[in-house]
Each structure stands twice: as C-alpha cells, then as structure tokens.
Design a protein around this ligand. Structure first.
Ligand code: BYC
Length: 332
C-alpha cells in the first residue's frame, strides 16, 4: 500500500544488455573504490541489496519501537517545557522511522512486508528498547546514553555507500544530537536537585550503562555481518571501535555530571589513553535479542496495538488521496 513504485535493479534486467554480470560487478566495485554513492537504479550484487534491507529495516524498526519507552512519559513530564521537548523528540523518532522505511523501499521491498516482519516477531530491532523506563531519570539517561550511542554509530553511516541511507542519516544525526543534549540537560537539572533526585539518576545510570554498550553489537570477532558490510562501505567503523569511541566520550561526561559508572574495571589504559571497560555480559545481550528481555513481549504487543488502532487513519488518508486523484483527473 505504501510502497513507492520504483524501478529497481534486478538480476532480470528489462532492457537487452550487452554487459555481462562481471562487467556490472566491476562497475559496482569501481564506484565503491571511487567513493561514489550506489543509487537505487544502479546495478548491485544481490547480497549487498539484502544486507542493506536487513540493516536499514532493523534500524527503522528500532526508531519506531524506540518511541515506546519514552512515549509513556509524555503525560508524566514534570514541567510544560520538558513535556514539549519529549514530545518533539518522540515525534522525531517517528520521522526517522519513516525516512528509513522509505530508504529500504528503494531496494525493492514493500513497507507492508517490513511491518509484517516486525509485527510477527521475525524482524530484529535494537536490544536497548527491551528495557523498562522506570523513573523520570531514565528519560534523561536514555537521551544521554542511548541517543549518544546512536549518534556515535550513525555518524559514519552518513558516509555509507548507499545514497538514500547516507542522506537520511544526515538529518537523523542532527536530530539525535538535540536528543542527546536534552537528555544530558535533564540530568544536569536533576543532579542540582535533592539527594533523592541524585540517587534516582545514579540508579538509572546503573541500569542503562551496560545495555548502551551492547547497542554497538557483538565484538568484531563475533560480528557475522561486518566482513561484507565493511568491504561494501556500508559500515565504515567496526562495532568495537565505535563502542570504544563512545566510552571515551562518555566517561568525562559522567564525571562532569557527578555520577559513577557501574564498572569496577573501568580504567584508563596508560599505553593508549583509552578508557577500558570490564567484560560485557553477552548472554544477557543474546537473551534480549532472542526475544527474552524484560519488555520484548510488551513492546511488540504495544506496537501491534498502535498499528491496529491507527487503521482508520490509513484508510482515511487513502480515501482522501483517491478523492483528490479523481478531482484532479476531472479538472484536467
Ligand atoms: N540489537 O554482525 P553484527 C535509536 C544483531 S535506534 C539487536 O555485528 P551488523 C533510537 C545483528 O542484527 C538505534 N540486534 O550485525 C531510537 C545481527 O543479526 P542478523 C538503532 C543486534 O548489522 C529511538 C547479529 O546481531 N541503530 O538510535 O553488522 C529513541 C550480529 O551482529 C544488535 C541502528 O540500527 C543490537 N544492538 O551490526 C532513541 C543503526 N547488534 O541481522 C534512539 C544501524 C547486533 O544477522 N545498524 N545485532 O540476524 C547498525 O549500525 C548495525 O546493524 C549494528 C549491528 C552495529 C547495530
């Protein structure tokens, strides 16, 4: 229903062509080597297309499911200003989901297929959104750490080899930057408040620190998709390198805020100057990714309910578009 009908490159090309697959492949490789974008109508290897659909759609689902943990706090924000900020942030996430679904559609998959995969539990979305937001401080910590990790991961994606994904990321990153700053600002305010408010911030940091580090995905040695994705310029920086950049950027922010990070092994490596962290609990990560996190079931059922409750909006939009098309035809 929402698919942008586009010509997409495929193995069975419409026009008779004198080029062999090897020539197409060589052109594709040459474009990557020059740093040119691959665009929707360009020839691309089937595995490149599938990898992009997988990553972009998982990313889109994450933005959409990511509205849920924060959305529930809009009515409970403590001031009008905080409510406006949170409302704007959650709406931004919806917009990110829409750009990303559109980018995935340019690869020849329909939005209906993608949404069906999410709602049936087949598709993955970021592990981070299967944790509960228990207090108002969680909203600050989600902005600071979760959006902070998201920016670290997404900035290199603005240079990804697939044009529509890279261009979508430029706007997304600008908005994520506002999201991160509003979270940090919220926390700075709470830290200037009462003893209880400071304790609430520390408790939220204790719960979100490790899941935020897991957002970057498994260690490079365990990352099944990285080899191809790095070769094709979809990923520019590895999971572990991005995680390290995030830790190095975040530890001084925690110090400024006046919170401790829940890792007894956290220390500066004298030789490299980097902050090193203790071991990550990958069994927890895989448990959450495989549907057994604290909120997996709730997130999916809330998402399906939101989709079903919104059916009348989609029907009304379609009826309006049909009426307009009919009027335009009559007028022409
Ligand atoms: N959660 O080979 P790997 C946001 C899966 S939204 C769940 O390293 P890849 C925000 C991975 O899919 C933030 N699954 O994978 C929104 C793969 O399984 P499959 C979302 C994960 O793709 C609202 C397997 O583990 N950001 O910021 O090379 C409010 C092996 O991993 C996760 C994006 O989606 C995970 N954390 O690298 C606030 C960014 N990590 O698919 C904030 C775009 C890994 O083979 N995505 N897996 O079955 C990426 O950059 C990459 O997909 C990842 C993973 C770095 C996440």
């Amino acid at each position: 229903m929402y698919t942008q009908a586009m010509d997409i490159p495929s193995g069975d090309r419409d026009e008779p062509s004198v080029k062999s697959d090897a020539q197409y492949e060589a052109e594709f490789e040459a474009k990557l080597a020059r740093g040119d974008f691959i665009e929707p109508k360009d020839w691309m290897p089937e595995r490149y297309r599938k990898t992009l659909i997988r990553q972009i759609s998982q990313h889109a689902h994450s933005e959409i499911v990511g509205m849920l943990p924060e959305g529930g706090w809009i009515t409970r924000a403590p001031t009008l200003e905080r409510k406006c900020i949170l409302l704007a942030k959650v709406q931004d996430e919806a917009g990110h989901g829409m750009y990303l679904y559109s980018a995935a559609e340019t690869l020849g998959v329909s939005r209906d297929e993608l949404i069906e995969a999410l709602h049936s539990g087949k598709a993955k979305y970021s592990s981070i959104f299967n944790y509960p937001t228990k207090t108002w401080a969680d909203i600050g910590v989600v902005g600071w750490l979760v959006d902070g990790a998201a920016i670290m991961n997404q900035i290199p994606l603005t240079r990804c080899s697939y044009g529509p994904y890279a261009r979508a990321m430029i706007r997304v990153c600008k908005e994520e930057s506002f999201h991160q700053r509003q979270g940090y600002d919220l926390l700075l305010t709470l830290m200037k408040g009462s003893e209880d408010q400071r304790a609430m911030v520390q408790d939220a940091v204790n719960r979100w620190w490790w899941p935020s580090l897991m957002m970057f995905g498994p260690h490079d040695s365990e990352s099944t998709n990285s080899g191809d994705s790095m070769k094709w310029g979809i990923k520019r920086i590895s999971n572990d390198e991005l995680r390290q950049k995030f830790v190095d950027a975040t530890v001084p922010q925690a110090q400024l805020l006046g919170v401790s990070l829940p890792d007894p092994d956290l220390k500066v490596d004298g030789a490299t100057g980097h902050w090193t962290v203790g071991p990550i609990d990958w069994s927890e990560f895989w448990n959450v990714v495989n549907g057994k996190g604290e909120c997996n079931e709730e997130r999916l059922s809330d998402r399906v309910k939101a989709w079903e409750d919104g059916a009348w909006v989609r029907e009304a939009a379609l009826a309006h578009a049909q009426k307009k098309r009919h009027r335009d035809c009559v007028a022409a």
